[in-house]
Write a protein that binds this ligand. Sequence first.
Ligand code: UPG
Length: 602
Amino acid sequence: QGNEASFSQEDARLVNALLDLGQEHLFTHWPAPGQHDDDKVRQVAQLRHLDFNYNGGLVGYIQNAQRLLEDSRAGRNPFEGYTPVVPDGEKLDYGSESFQEYEELGAEAAGRAAFVLVAGGLGERLGYSGIKLALPAESATGTCFLQLYVESILALQARAQQQRPGTRLPLAIMTSGDTHKRTIKLLEDNHHFGMDPAQVHLIKQEKVACLSDNNAHLALDGKDPFTVQTKPHGHGDVHALLHSSGLVKRWQEEGLLWVCFFQDTNGLVFRALPAALGVSSRKDYDVNSLAVPRKAKEAIGGIAQLQHTSGRSMTINVEYNQLDPLLRATVNPEGDVNDESGYSPFPGNINQLVLKLSSYAPELERTQGIIAEFVNPKYADASKTQFKSSTRLECMMQDFPKELPSSARVGFTVINQVWAAYSPVKNSPADARAKAAEGNPSHSATTGELDIYEANCRSLQMIGTTVEGPEPRTFNGLDVQFWPRVVWSPAFAATFADLKAKVNGPGVRVGSNASLVIQGRQVEVAKLDVEGALVIKAGPDAIVKVDGLEVRNKGWRWMALNPDKPMTEEQFIRGFKPQTAKPQRSLDEVNIKLIWRGCDSK
Ligand code: UPG
């Protein structure tokens, strides 16, 4: 029914293949030639695009979908034959001696690592219209997540450069149609946050077609019948993109040894990642997942050892929606429940993965980075014949070990203190309140920020600093512990050992009303007492020693929002508005011993 001249033989071949698969509905609404011809061309072009971007083409996609949808309808257990067992792994107390030992080893290993940030998700659950990488991780400095990550990598790089001058640690960022342009803009507007642009590689994932029923009919858009609905395919795409872009091959040729994966909003990721790298390096793990204690039913996957009746076993993430049914069907009729420790016996996967390049690269060659897919339709009723809304095939990056031979060394590293390693920003204020009411972490913008202060305050306490507080506060209906607002840049301290070296713990007191910001590579704090706000900001070449400074001022205040007053979206999702006055006095007016070495006094 189209104007034949507008279509190529390739177009015709694809359309015929789709018709053979029962997809007539894609074309039955087409009017006679001469009407809506441009729309028809546009629709076929989109089908070609979807066909090109899926390994196996649209035919493969529909066939895979039919198989997976039938499994789902029939209630087939994807873990048939497997029994979950609590796995053995390295469990570390943050700041303990063994933690520091691994961290030191890992900071060394980081000098030969590439970093991969998956940031294609739009964060619909959060109800934020921007990209999550642009969200401030905390409002004391306003540093956004992407800046925090880049600076953390640069701090590890600076360390590596002491041994190998010129070292540049690559950062690959997976974007999607939803986030690509805005991620580029964020980088360009901020001079890549100090990273050499040649180090940063953007790899963009494509969306996949939505499916409207159990027969895998592709779903047409309700408003525009010449467009197939599409949705993201999941973070598992990152492996295929690292393969097709040639990045992994290049990294191996450049002599790198490790690849570290992480997600868009965890302000604490680099507190734990070096230790995990250390564990990988010492134990020669092919795959190592960072984990934290997990509350039963919390929306984080559980790491389990799955033992098959055939004798095969694998250590793998079981996603949060699958863990409860799997446990009920096998070892525990109560499903996903806490044990006497108050936590699920299965550690929570925070999706920060360390992969060994020498085994990852050949595995990518073999599989082309294709990851096991799944489908998760929301059925309209128990007959499972109709969906509430269209669905699509998905894949997850942490499923990579499923493809590995059983001889592979797959382990995990638990950081026993959640506050030290994991606090993502995922849920809207309303969802966050509901999670908190169930006794689960709210994973909100409120806690994402306040947990950074907590981690910093507790770290200072561990080195002997007196930190007052925390005080109970309520923001957005969430009851939280409000610690002094202590923040430092990765250049100041990238590891726990750096903190110990730069801060004389017992010489420092932080009052409950304090806000303390430290930014600068060569800042040292020997003696300091803060009541109020203090910002120490030193340029890269400035050496600053704080020795005997007492700060007394009104300080900054984090005001609970007044719903009648205007607020930004960032403030709305946090539930507070910081009042951070500009510094009142400059450094040379106060009692700090300053040593300037030919640097710009700013
Ligand atoms: N993402 C993509 N592309 C997609 C979907 C997501 O890049 O198509 C990114 C997203 O930007 C984020 C990350 O992947 O950085 C994770 O997405 P998110 O929606 O936050 O994941 P969850 O469904 O919450 O779960 C993941 C893991 C789960 C783990 C949890 C820890 O699947 O096992 O426990 O993250 O935060």
